[in-house]
Design a protein around this ligand. Structure first.
Ligand code: GDP
Length: 297
């Protein structure tokens, strides 16, 4: 299925209602706006976001007046496109590097969202930017996750600091960071233990790890398939531990768009990177304008 396919066709219904009109008016955009609202809600964009979005598109659309040579339906497409870009944060939100090495990136997230995969993908991504990296296997409750990270590290050619499961997350963070400093590594990426749901133990662990690492980036990994729930998670983690952004995974699946469109507005934090497949190469920056282009079809 084409990503955002349903959203794209829902929006097309809105444009088609303007065929034959000569100018956008308060009256003739009522029906198209209803379609846009419905399409966004069906894509699992959170309700307050949809409300504000529809409000601002309506105002902009009526305010544009007659643009010579541009049909009203094309005008509305343009307004919606611009608003979508804004909604997703406008510009690309680049990863930040520490002034003095090592830059420390802490990854958090619930189980199964793709955190371990993202850790290795991110190491490869940074390696391609010319940075030397080290991974810390901090998912200390799942031996399988540690083994998986060690294996992926080998695959992408990045060393993995692992100390088994009989160790506290904050302690392995401390050891791993010391090792990275000793080896003059540019970037340290720490994978952490997820849970099926948010719980206090996980948040407390993350706080402890964060205190030890003093990370430049704290990125929450969220699954695009979970829609607006992903945006709510980003907001919650930000309040609880303080994060710098999100990584949205599984954008290659038939995600409806709710997560990509809601995260920034709901949490105030940008999506920095997206995962678009299971291969190690499938991680790229989140470009709001390209994403809006995909939504419009
Ligand atoms: P963790 O529990 O958060 O560490 O999740 P894992 O990294 O083990 O990933 C869980 C599953 O999701 C694995 O089967 C991954 O291959 C898969 N996965 C992760 N990222 C992506 C992605 O961007 N696209 C697809 N299709 N699958 C992904």
């Amino acid at each position: 299925a084409e990503m955002f396919g349903q959203l794209t066709s829902g929006l097309e219904a809105a444009w088609s209602k303007l065929k034959g009109e000569e100018v956008l008016t308060k009256e003739n955009i009522v029906e198209p706006m209803r379609d846009i609202r419905r399409a966004l809600l069906e894509a699992d964009v959170s309700l307050p976001v949809v409300r504000r979005f529809v409000q601002s598109v309506s105002e902009d659309a009526v305010g544009t007046g007659v643009v010579r040579g541009v049909r009203p339906d094309q005008q509305l497409v343009k307004v919606v496109g611009d608003e979508l870009v804004k909604l997703m944060g406008g510009e690309v939100s680049e990863l930040v590097f520490a002034k003095s090495a090592p830059t420390v990136i802490l990854l958090a997230g619930l189980q199964g969202v793709g955190k371990t995969t993202v850790s290795a993908k991110l190491a490869l991504y940074l390696k391609k930017l010319g940075k030397s990296c080290m991974l810390i296997a901090g998912d200390v409750y799942r031996p399988a996750a540690i083994d998986q990270l060690v294996m992926l590290g080998e695959q992408v050619g990045v060393p993995v600091y692992a100390a088994g499961t009989g160790i506290k997350p904050a302690e392995i963070a401390r050891q791993g960071l010391a090792e990275a400093k000793k080896n003059n590594v540019d970037v340290v990426i720490m994978d952490t233990a997820g849970r099926l749901q948010i719980d206090k133990a996980m948040m407390d662990e993350l706080k402890d790890v964060k205190q030890v690492l003093n990370p430049t980036e704290v990125l929450l990994v969220v699954d695009a398939m979970t829609g607006q729930e992903a945006a709510a998670l980003v907001a919650t983690f930000n309040v609880e531990i303080g994060i710098t952004g999100a990584i949205l995974t599984k954008l290659d699946g038939d995600s409806r768009g709710g997560a990509a469109l809601s995260v920034k507005e709901v949490s105030g934090k940008p999506i920095k990177l997206v995962g678009r497949g299971e291969r190690m190469e499938d991680l790229e920056p989140f470009y709001p304008d390209r994403m809006a282009g995909r939504v419009l079809g």
